[in-house]
Design a protein around this ligand. Structure first.
Ligand code: HSE
Length: 414
């Protein structure tokens, strides 16, 4: 019986997790894939003395590229320079590539998928979004009959872990981030987590797949969680909300509205209860309605679960590409609307010498607002939630308010 030979490129957290999981469940994996499989090569520039996989290591990528036996390679080096070069070379030779590299997929996905199809192989990236959560395959296979109306997700484990620690344990932002780094959740440069870039890349991948056109990260408005304070967390909890970093795409008649930013999520919405490193993605289809995908969004074992599943699928589909896993490139952002043209409710926190005296002015500005109570609230601060109106209009009203008070925070509602 032919043995399908696999290569692993990058033996970091996810790469080593993939190799360990593969050998842990090899028998089951082979049974499920209906064929024999083995990892032939592991490419990494570092030394791994004492590794049980010592006979497989190489520092030379060409040992993989030029090996005619290798039919599937897992790229887990990350970034978009070397990984891009290697992926193109492998796909051009008809070697399927599976990856957890969301940066590469979000930047060059359309091109790499096309290249794979031209060479009758596959480019799979289940692990690039939501860690171990099955979401890519459900989106283009199980939900294929639907027109997608909305994607709303908690797409970054590190920020969700930090916000959860702030909400439940009153832990400082810095301490929670240090914990997330220690647990292997954070990106090498954690600002990609904190400032929303990582969630944005994942949203772009989901949106490109759901709406058929490449959504580049620069098309999407994003802001991260650096400014969220324990004051905000307490106020919004009193109003029945949790703060979450949400990636959101809504389809409207005129185009898509795409954002990554902190949002207030009602306690009645299941996304508000997604805590710690867990991610969740709500997909709304015109036929199915709302669906929710939940699981560990980062970490060695969870991400390896998705990588190994892709390896199995790639082995099962040698010499045949999966037609539904595709989207077109886009030349411009015409199909994305200015995000401030969308109607939204926002939470606002202001500071003023006598904040309460501004209540009637605020009510006149917005028509109706919910003022939020807080135990031992100082008379110099006030927090409220506006009605739903176009965000441009909200900003104009807040500009008027800022003539009388410092507008400390503005957070959109989901
Ligand atoms: N840094 C990412 C996160 C890792 O925290 O979600 C998984 O993509």
């Amino acid at each position: 019986m032919k043995v399908s030979k696999i290569a692993i490129i990058g033996f970091g957290v996810v790469g080593s997790g993939t190799v360990e999981l593969f050998y842990k469940n090899k028998e089951l994996i082979e049974k499920r894939s209906g064929r024999k499989m083995d990892i032939k090569r592991i490419c990494d520039l570092r030394e791994f003395p004492g590794s049980p996989f010592a006979d497989k290591f190489t520092k030379n990528f060409n040992d993989i590229l030029e090996d005619p036996e290798i039919s599937v390679a897992a790229e887990m080096i990350g970034g978009k320079t070397l990984a891009y070069d290697y992926t193109k070379k492998l796909l051009s030779r008809g070697v399927s590539v599976v990856t957890s590299n969301k940066e590469l997929v979000a930047t060059h996905g359309a091109e790499l998928i096309k290249l794979a199809k031209e060479n009758k192989c596959n480019y799979f990236f289940e692990a690039s979004v939501g860690g171990g959560i099955p979401i890519i395959r459900p989106l283009h296979q199980c939900l294929a009959a639907n027109r997608i109306e909305r994607i709303a997700g908690i797409l970054n484990g590190t920020t969700n872990y930090i916000l959860t620690k702030m909400i439940y344990d009153q832990v400082s932002f810095e301490q929670a981030l240090a914990d997330a780094q220690r647990l292997g959740y954070a990106e090498r440069d954690p600002s990609a987590d904190i400032d929303g870039d990582d969630a944005c890349r994942k949203l772009c991948i989901l949106g490109s797949l759901a709406f058929g056109k490449h959504i580049y990260p620069e098309y999407v408005h994003r802001s991260g969680i650096r400014n969220i304070t324990l004051d905000d967390v307490e106020y919004v909890a009193n109003a029945g909300y949790a703060v979450k970093l949400i990636g959101l795409i809504d389809r409207t008649d005129k185009g898509l509205v795409a954002t990554v930013c902190p949002r207030l999520v009602s306690v009645n919405n299941p996304l508000s209860g997604v805590n710690g490193v867990y991610n969740a993605i709500m997909i709304r289809g015109d036929s199915v309605g709302d669906t929710l995908f939940y699981g560990r969004g980062a970490g060695k074992e969870a991400t390896a679960s998705a990588v190994v599943a892709d390896i199995i699928d790639a082995v099962k589909h040698e010499n045949a590409d999966i037609a539904s896993l595709t989207w077109e490139d886009s030349e411009n952002r015409d199909f994305i609307l200015p995000y401030k043209s969308a109607n939204v409710r926002v939470y606002v926190r202001i500071s003023a010498r006598d904040a309460d005296s501004l209540k009637s002015f605020i009510t006149t500005l917005f028509g109706f607002v919910d003022f939020i109570p807080r135990k031992q609230r100082s008379s110099s601060e006030l927090a409220f939630i506006t009605p739903e109106i176009e965000e441009y209009q909200i900003d104009r009203k807040l500009a008027l308010l800022s003539e009388h008070a410092d507008v400390m925070r503005k957070i959109r509602l989901l």
